[in-house]
Design a protein around this ligand. Sequence first.
Ligand code: SF4
Length: 713
Amino acid sequence: MALPPLAAAASSQADRLYSHCCYCSMQCGMDLIRADNEIGWEIKPSQLFPVATGRLCQKGLNALGHVVHPDRLLSPMRRVAPDEHARASWQSASWDHALDDIAARMKAIQQQYGNDAVSVFGGGSLTNEVCYLLGKFARAALRTKHIDYNGRYCMSSAAAAQLRAFGADRGLNAALDEIPKAKYVILAGTNIAECQPTMVPYLLEAKKQGAIIVTIDPRRTMTSKIADIHINLQPGFDSVFASGLMHVILEEGLHDSRYVEAHTSGFADVREAVRAFSPDNVSHYTGIPKEVIRTVARGFAQAETGLIFTARGLEQQVNGVEHTLSYINLCLVTGKIGRPGCGFGPITGQANGQGGREHGQKADQLPGYRLIEDPAARRHVASVWGIDPDELPGKGVSAYELYGKILDGEIKAMIVLGSNPLVSSPNSARVAEALQKLELLVIIDMFATETADYAHWLLPSSSFLEAEGTLTNLEGRVFHRPKAFETPGEALEDYKIIGMLAEKLGRGRYAAYASPEAIFDELRLASAGGIADYGGMSYTRLKEEKGLFWPCPSPDHPGTPRMFENGAFLHADGRAKLHPITPMEPAETTDRDYPFILTTGRLGNHYLSGAQTRRTAALLKKAAVPVAEIHPHAAERILLRPGDRLRLTTRRGSLVFDVKVTADIHPTSVFVPFHWGGEHSINLLTNDALSPISRMPEFKVCAVRLERVGQEA
Ligand code: SF4
């Protein structure tokens, strides 16, 4: 079916509309301008948003590509293939018919197996309003405890670490405009130049002002090319290296003892924990020269100001929480928190990765970053929702564990909204096996994703340009994104779909809203008094003030761009907690059969599972298929020849990729990007070991065998 032309929502006469990019957590502002081209519109950077003003990267500039793609779902679709496990064959249906059938099947499943037999899987690119509504829909309409989302695969280790250390997880605890004031910046396991490209000018400005930039990564990434020092660290050794830095700082008395004494607890335990991590020992474990360890430790500690940013490189590991805490410790002992040019921050990946984890999509959370098992939190949220606190379900299981529950027979149905778990989950053959077992799988999306191959119903949703709402960027800045275009065909905004389904389930009063603003007004109340307090925000304020930083507890509160000023941490004693870290090995270590380390990550031209960017011609042509990167020493070891491809075999399976030999990767490691499905899906090979604290899967480290696949094969 051909896609109808884009219809401007605000005014059919408008020649210029405003929105925000749908990719990455920078959430750059964009202008949509009428143009004499195939689409009728083009995207230009906007001057209006005070973040990355006037800049867009390639993804942002091409963000219309998927919106007008002919693959867009334009009506509800029902699977009609006689064999449920054959590739899907679909028949269009009316909304009424679709929702009647889905609701009837859900009710029957819940009657037979209990409320928890129906589960919900959300996403980190949805608006705050939809995240909030989805959590409420699961708990109050479906009355199931089983809801989690793909942010579990993204930010959960960083979130757990920040909550443990500071008592709050607000992504960056300083606004981006603090970066140029920093004199020392450590970027650990974060490839900003490819993942958040419009953040790079902030780093370049810092450099111009004299800052030293250090990157720590198993790959010499585009980000490391702007660094003064690059630490080529083997995946899994993050806490070992950070412990070496801490050892030097404490041994040489470079810590800020006044700050430590006044604002932290746990210092003596940290001193003890790093005692054995002398530069000699750390150099022995990591191969990083001891002089370099001393240089970075002294440089960071002695700099007047400094920032540390981390990301998935060190977080997506079974020890990801501990790795993150190691770096938080460094900020705390040197007093580099809560003052200009200082701070810590995990760089959020997904568009609304921050807001997505604040308002109740997580298995253990209620809105406002409240814990679902906290009786006071339950009372507060239940009163906003108009239900008895005892009616609220308890804590469910994490995203990947949902699939285990399906395989165990406990979960029989799933609704997936704005996510493609078949491509983004680790050990994805097991996820496919689980999806296949579901009695009902409903996908709400713009496209028939790889996960949709297992669905019984596809419900067509809106693109980012067709849905109004708020999002929270990597800084904790909440902003309003207007609706620019009408939804095509019979596609609907997510909040309407959820509301209609709740109605069919006989629980409409828990999900019926006239507008996203009405949802936001309730979200404000539900979050008020919580950690992520949006209580003082309103659409009017967000529009007029171009966003507000949480916490913002009252209408006259200016918001909080810089967290933890004067050591005001959110633990009961007002102090930050230092955590002694004992570095541990990854779940899978190398051996004779699997002698290399597989690590995965992003490319600059793609986003998440690629459902949108692989449908954008300008982006796809820059990276059509994943290419494995190996070091020349590894190539030599496996006798790789020009023209060969590379077979990767882990304990979970075997795949063949095109290969690039580059000295930019650690000799022990192979890197493969994760934006593809099917035979290109590296997550068929990744390890599904989970962090015992955050339940984050270990995407970044597993043991792998490499073999050449010659042209003769
Ligand atoms: Fe900005 Fe990120 Fe979009 Fe690029 S992908 S335009 S950096 S929001």
